[in-house]
Design a protein around this ligand. Structure first.
Ligand code: GLA
Length: 658
């Protein structure tokens, strides 16, 4: 990838347009002293490099890129199209995006453009052409950074240009209007279309909207921005042989792009990740996001394109990082497959909406904890350089689907308390607490190499994916499915005959109705666990009940089951188990499957992940807890043999392998 000679690269977003040229010089000198070797520029550069229509001004960017180059720092070059300049939205207000309620989103923030706008595309592609021509062969440019976080704010646009593009996309998918009618179930509520021109984007309506239309609108919107990415990438490739990527947002609150379809188009998969203190367990979510990013990269090393040195500015309460925390966050990403760590941003802004966002170089300068933590990270990366290029070992997979996320959280559903990501996080966290490293994979993935596959809350599943999962069990695989899975096909059409539809046979159960619980209510289980959110009137067909409800609406009814299916074994949890209960069930499933834990069962306090390859093997130990953990071997971080990793500490143990 883009590395310090050999090893893990350390980089940042740099916004020199916010500073004067004398600051640029100081910046580059400090970057050198911090061992930074990959710098992203021109991310929000449009109004600087094209200050008025068709008049390009590259002098400043030339100078900054030249400075970085002279100092041996590689450039991750933004195409600059993420935020259009005011002249463009003034001349062409039709590029502005429209929200579901029909109101326009105005400029003044960022990303105020409709992904389908022909005018926006024309102007953006013209800029990309200029940037690519000018810098395509520049020796400093090591990576192209298309736009920025595509779809962060503008993924769903409901304007007329979007409607035109949506219709085209639908024609391509269904060919005949009758096929669309069937797919959307338009016999319901008199929604039958007689012509394509009648189809609209799913704008706000008086009542519940057609859920199949909404799912297709999500698919369309993801494809539309992917098409946009492809167009920018194609222009870059005409002028340059340098790899192209864009930064994904595999995170808890952004869900509009189906990155399973995007990832194959990236020359290197890159993700932005910020600790989110609105979540119950932000550190566990970081591990999940890293595992999912690795899944998107097909197991290959990936880049962390953005993280924060300290606090962000966009949560209600923006917590800083304690000394050692940023290093633990960083090494967790590396442990889970990152070969490049970059930050947003280099120097903290003095003005603008992000002036309270942390940076590698804080407002207070270099005599700060934050700066010393950056130097500590840089040194650590030097010491562990040899891990670069190795891959993460895991024999457990968790199936993740953006389509299921979109569709399971539709407007009208059995319970608003079923939130996809919470269920996914819970399943991943249980494995992490057991010391098991998990690959996060797509519903269409080849599962044959795994000992255990966990399928949390996979509401929407295609016939092909369902069959693949079933065959995996037939052939001896072990499966753990949690409630509200297998319910509908890709058209959001219920799989009739009883729930959990697609997985009824493999699980050996049949539910005749759902019985969700009110907030604050819980049910007891015969194995001592408790359930919240959900129960269902379930009976076993070929499965055995592992636990039944002791109270609640369905006493005596199976809550957890286990089914031998051909050569494999399939477990089902029909309720949202409490964390301990879910961990116990997961432990039983892991043990029965003979799956591997790289580290001790620590309840998540200690993360242990193995990276290996080419006869080399490294055990990453990240101790988030308050107690030391015993671990022995030669530690690359300290450069010495160790017998334990202190509370809050990290180690990378080089293992002897034949
Ligand atoms: C995103 C963006 C950056 C910046 C950070 C702040 O990741 O890509 O430009 O706004 O968020 O956390």
């Amino acid at each position: 990838m883009f590395k310090r000679k050999t090893g893990i690269s350390l980089g940042c977003d740099y916004n020199p347009e916010q500073w004067s040229p004398d600051v640029w010089r100081e910046d580059v000198a400090l970057m050198r002293s911090a061992g930074i070797d990959l710098v992203a520029v021109n991310i929000f550069g449009w109004s600087n490099v094209e200050p008025s229509p068709g008049r390009y001004h590259f002098d400043d960017l030339d100078e900054v890129i030249g400075l970085l180059h002279e100092n041996g720092i590689k450039v991750n070059l933004g195409t600059g199209t993420s935020s259009p300049p005011p002249w463009l939205s003034s001349l062409h207000p039709e590029i502005l995006p429209m929200a579901a309620d029909g109101t326009i989103r105005f400029p003044g923030g960022r990303q105020a453009w409709c992904p389908s706008s022909p005018v926006f595309r024309e102007k953006a592609y013209a800029l990309v052409e200029q940037v690519a021509q000018r810098y395509g062969a520049h020796p400093a440019v090591a990576l192209w950074h298309v736009s920025n976080e595509l779809g962060c704010h503008n993924a769903l646009c409901y304007c007329e240009a979007s409607a035109v593009a949506f219709r085209e996309w639908l024609r391509d998918r269904y060919r005949k209007i009758e096929t669309l009618n069937e797919a959307w179930g338009t016999s319901f509520w008199s929604q039958r279309y007689s012509d394509w021109s009648e189809v609209q984007t799913p704008r706000a309506a008086l009542s519940l909207r057609n859920p199949a239309q909404i799912i297709d609108f999500h698919r369309f919107s993801s494809d539309e921005l992917l098409g946009y990415y492809r167009d920018e990438a194609a222009i870059l490739r005409q002028h340059s042989a340098v790899p192209v990527t864009t930064n994904f947002m595999v995170t808890a609150h952004i869900r509009n792009l189906d990155y399973w379809s995007w990832a194959p188009e990236m020359d290197v998969v890159a993700n932005d990740h910020y600790l989110d203190h609105r979540l119950g367990d932000p550190v566990a979510e970081l591990s999940f996001a890293a595992d999912l990013t690795r899944g998107l990269a097909g197991g290959a090393p990936w880049m962390l394109m953005e993280q924060a040195a300290g606090a962000v500015n966009w949560q209600p309460h923006n917590l800083t990082k304690a000394p050692g925390e940023m290093l633990r966050n960083s090494l967790t990403h590396v442990a889970r497959g990152a070969d490049s760590l970059c930050f947003f941003q280099w120097r903290a802004s003095a003005q603008g909406a992000e002036k309270f966002h942390s940076a590698m170089l804080p407002h207070a300068g270099t005599d700060t904890v934050a700066w010393r933590e950056v130097l500590r990270l840089s040194e650590t990366l030097d010491r562990i350089a040899e891990v670069a290029g190795t891959t993460v070992e895991s024999d457990v997979a968790l199936v993740f689907s953006w389509e299921s996320w979109w569709s399971s959280e539709g407007e009208a559903r059995p319970s608003q308390a079923v939130t996809y990501l919470d269920q996914v996080h819970a399943a991943h966290r249980a494995l992490r607490e057991l010391g098991v490293t998990t690959d996060v994979v797509s519903p269409d993935a080849d599962l044959s190499g795994y000992k255990l596959v966990v399928v949390p809350c996979l509401y929407m599943v295609s016939d092909t994916a369902a069959q693949r999962i079933t065959e995996y069990v037939e052939n001896g695989g072990h499966l753990l499915v949690t409630f509200f899975s297998g319910i509908v096909d890709e058209r959001d059409r219920i799989r009739l005959g009883g729930y959990p539809g697609a997985f009824r046979d493999v699980l050996g159960v049949l539910a005749e109705e759902f019985a969700p619980l009110l907030p604050g209510h819980q049910v007891g289980l015969s194995n001592g666990a408790t359930g919240t959110v959900w129960t269902e009137r379930l009976r076993t067909t070929t499965a055995q009940a592992v636990a039944t409800y002791t109270d609640g609406p369905l006493p005596g009814v199976p809550a957890v089951t286990r089914n031998t299916y051909r050569d494999g074994l399939a477990w089902y949890a029909a309720t949202s188990l409490d964390p301990r209960g879910l961990r116990e069930l997961t432990r039983d499933a892991v043990t029965a499957a003979g799956a591997t834990a790289a580290g001790p069962e620590s309840g998540g306090d200690v993360e242990v992940v193995r990276r290996s390859g080419d006869g080399r093997s490294y055990l990453f130990v990240v101790n988030h807890g308050t107690q030391p953990v015993e671990m022995s071997g030669h530690d690359l971080v300290t450069g010495a043999p160790i017998t334990r990793v202190d509370a809050g500490g990290v180690a990378v143990i080089k293992e002897e392998r034949e």
